[in-house]
Design a protein around this ligand. Structure first.
Ligand SMILES: Cc1cc2nc3c(=O)[nH]c(=O)nc-3n(C[C@H](O)[C@H](O)[C@H](O)COP(=O)(O)OP(=O)(O)OC[C@H]3O[C@@H](n4cnc5c(N)ncnc54)[C@H](O)[C@@H]3O)c2cc1C
Length: 283
């Protein structure tokens, strides 16, 4: 371990109010610590920029999945295993469960949280493309009250997000009613498990009489943030699914993404695979 633990402080909040009060009293001083699976990697690497951590792991009420008729609310502390154990998520939001199943291995799935995955803001994270496809909204709390943000607007640049230092993500809200859409989720990595994505693709389409009534397409690892492929979506909406439409959508997707060469892959490969995954889904 390349960090000296005595240099770090950890407080544990017993309630959401207590956590928010501490964050508000000294904004920026305390870093929320949920499952700690991203934070501990930085600790091990000796790269933790901050010294004070606020554990929210035991805060009651943030680990519930609440089913109401129109919306499903997922507490930010829900782990991947919690998501996989929920039968409504399994039947109505299969892309989210596919992403949870592909995230790390069992230890990470038991400890890593959905809120931590979002706030870690990695463009290569596996759950966010599914959240974009499902038009997720984030519920964010501080001592100033609660507010909601469309997840599609939350990430504002590489590791930048619409979250103040005194705020916590408390829930992720998913509108229900799309379980009959055609859906697909693909994570492409070096191995079948325990690999960071070279590219991650999630899509859902409402197909009526062979035409695309509505569609969502989202990708990870192809831009500074996870993205919705809005040009490709526009090229498909209202169109009959035929080879010409698919070619046009593929060309539009190439304009939506901005992949780079990095240690995991190349921009050329990511462009090619993104197009292939879209074409495979539409075909
Ligand atoms: C071996 C290994 C394999 C992994 N595999 C994958 C993978 O396949 N796919 C993938 O996407 N990720 C993977 N991860 C990354 C990680 O497990 C996930 O991002 C996880 O969901 C993070 O959640 P956490 O609760 O552990 O976050 P933490 O480490 O506790 O926090 C991460 C960041 O989020 C902030 N934060 C946490 N919760 C909140 C909140 N409620 N409100 C505001 N800020 C908050 C923290 O301050 C911190 O900045 C892997 C990690 C490891 C170590």
């Amino acid at each position: 371990m390349r960090s000296w633990l005595a240099q770090y402080a950890m407080e544990s909040a017993a309630s959401l109010d207590e956590a928010l009060r501490l964050l508000a009293r000294e904004p920026g001083k305390w870093t929320p610590f949920a499952g700690g699976t991203d934070i501990m990697v930085l600790l091990e690497a000796g790269k933790l920029p901050k010294r004070n951590f606020l554990s929210i792991w035991s805060v009651p009420g943030l680990r519930e999945i609440v089913h109401s008729p129109d919306i499903l609310s997922i507490g930010a502390l829900s782990t991947y295993s919690d998501l996989l154990a929920d039968s409504i998520l399994q039947s109505e939001f299969p892309l989210l469960c596919a992403a949870a199943r592909e995230t790390g291995a069992l230890a990470i799935q038991n400890r890593g949280t959905i809120g931590g995955n979002i706030a870690n803001a990695s463009p290569a994270a596996d759950v966010p493309p599914a959240l974009l496809v499902y038009d997720a909204t984030l519920e964010i709390a501080s001592t100033r009250g609660r507010r909601r943000v469309d997840y599609a607007r939350f990430h504002t640049g590489y590791k930048q997000m619409d979250l103040a230092a005194d705020e916590l993500i408390v829930a992720i809200l998913l509108p229900r009613g799309r379980s009959d859409w055609k859906q697909t989720y693909r994570k492409v990595g070096t191995r079948r498990a325990q690999a960071i994505s070279k590219i991650c693709f999630a899509a859902a389409a409402d197909i009526r009489d062979g035409s695309v009534h509505d569609v969502r397409i989202a990708l990870g690892s192809v831009a500074p943030t996870v993205i919705r492929a809005t040009s490709a979506e526009a090229a498909l909406r209202g169109r009959h699914l035929e080879p010409d439409t698919i070619r046009t959508a593929r060309a539009a997707l190439a304009r939506d993404i901005l992949p780079i060469d990095d240690i995991r892959s190349t921009a050329v490969y990511r462009h090619l695979v993104a197009g292939n995954l879209l074409e495979g889904f539409l075909s």
